[in-house]
Design a protein around this ligand. Structure first.
Ligand code: TXA
Ligand code: MG
Length: 309
């Protein structure tokens, strides 16, 4: 079943049921080495599964849950290793969306869910995106409107002594480090196959996407407008006013350059432009501060060729 969370739509199944887990991998065409995130409705449910949260984890949990934060902890015995692709660690999070929380509460057990898109493609932030991308492969889609955060959760590995940062997402690293009162270690294992969110090509549109700096995208846009080239542009902030009425397709993530608004619109805009008849897409490289870090990460991976995965 697909369901909304505050980050992106998830494709969920009971985390304790191997049959449901196999169905998720199949529907997404997801490689077996890519572990799933297990969603809980609250700290009580996490404790019921015997998951111990240490001092640092509790600090993060209390500050950011429910919310777009995923922690890597030791996997409890009740969760089949199919969920974690054989790893003895497991990704957990409490989502901040009332439909997701009600679903998990009513089931009384955690829900394993990756994003509800075919493996490697653009993430879904509306029920329509799920319908378009997975269609008949999912039995049911719970429509909870569009996702308020718009990029996936930030992943922190707290299973080792020094908390390690694995994936930029809906909470900035600065906020996490401030809460922990110390710096995070960088992930040195990004080439290992257990982190496909970190594969070079991921989160990608069907069309080719090119990433350019502000200066270069403005030059390219002017040329494309003059020649009426059939290219679609995705700006981080608005281009100069005189260019607003463009004869060619273009969208802006945030007129004011607000990183949260830009994150919320990122995948919707990419879905729209990918569905246009443009030959290819050109996007502006954002400043990597705040949620710009996650946006830059997704755009960079979206711009890599699929065969270089
Ligand atoms: O916001 C989100 O996190 C969304 C919503 C649905 O909760 N979910 C999501 O799931 O983005 P997915 O499957 O698209 O990405 C999960 C990422 C993968 O890159 C996977 O490698 C990593 O989490 N992951 C899961 N378990 C892990 C583990 N034990 N160690 C390291 N990375 C892990
Ligand atoms: Mg995903």
């Amino acid at each position: 079943m697909a369901f909304p969370t505050e980050t992106v739509y998830g494709l969920g199944g009971l985390a304790t049921d191997p049959k449901a887990i196999r169905a998720i991998f199949k529907a997404k065409n997801r490689p077996k080495f890519d572990p799933l995130i297990v969603h809980f409705s609250g700290l009580e449910m996490i404790r019921k599964y015997g998951i111990q949260l240490g001092e640092s984890e509790l600090k993060l949990a209390k500050k950011f849950w429910p919310g777009p934060l995923t922690l890597i902890v030791k996997r409890p015995k009740q969760i089949p290793s199919l969920v974690t692709s054989g790893l003895d660690t497991m990704a957990i999070r409490i989502p901040k969306h009332k439909v997701a929380l009600r679903l998990i509460e009513q089931l009384g057990h955690p829900v394993a869910a990756p994003s509800a898109n075919p493996f490697g493609y653009l993430s879904p932030v509306t029920a329509q995106h799920v319908e378009e991308q997975l269609g008949r492969k999912v039995e049911m889609i719970l429509d909870g409107g569009s996702c308020s955060v718009g990029v996936e959760s930030t992943i922190i590995d707290v299973s080792t002594r020094k908390p390690k940062f694995l994936r930029p997402g809906g909470i900035s690293i600065t906020e996490i480090e401030r809460t922990l009162g110390k710096g995070l270690a960088k992930d040195s294992s990004s080439k290992k196959p257990h982190a496909p969110g970190q594969l070079k090509s991921h989160y990608a549109p069907k069309k080719r996407l090119i990433l350019l700096s502000r200066k270069r995208i403005l030059e390219r846009f002017e040329k494309a407008e003059q020649k009426r080239e059939n290219i679609a542009f995705l700006f981080f902030t608005a281009p100069p006013a005189r260019r607003k009425q463009s004869p060619i397709p273009m969208l802006v993530l945030s007129e004011k350059g607000d990183d949260k608004e830009a994150a919320r619109k990122l995948f919707s805009h990419l879905h729209l432009l990918d569905g246009s008849d443009a030959l290819y897409l050109i996007a502006e490289k954002p400043d990597p501060s705040g949620l710009g870090h996650a946006i830059l990460d997704r755009l960079t991976r979206a711009s890599k060729k699929r065969d270089s995965r």
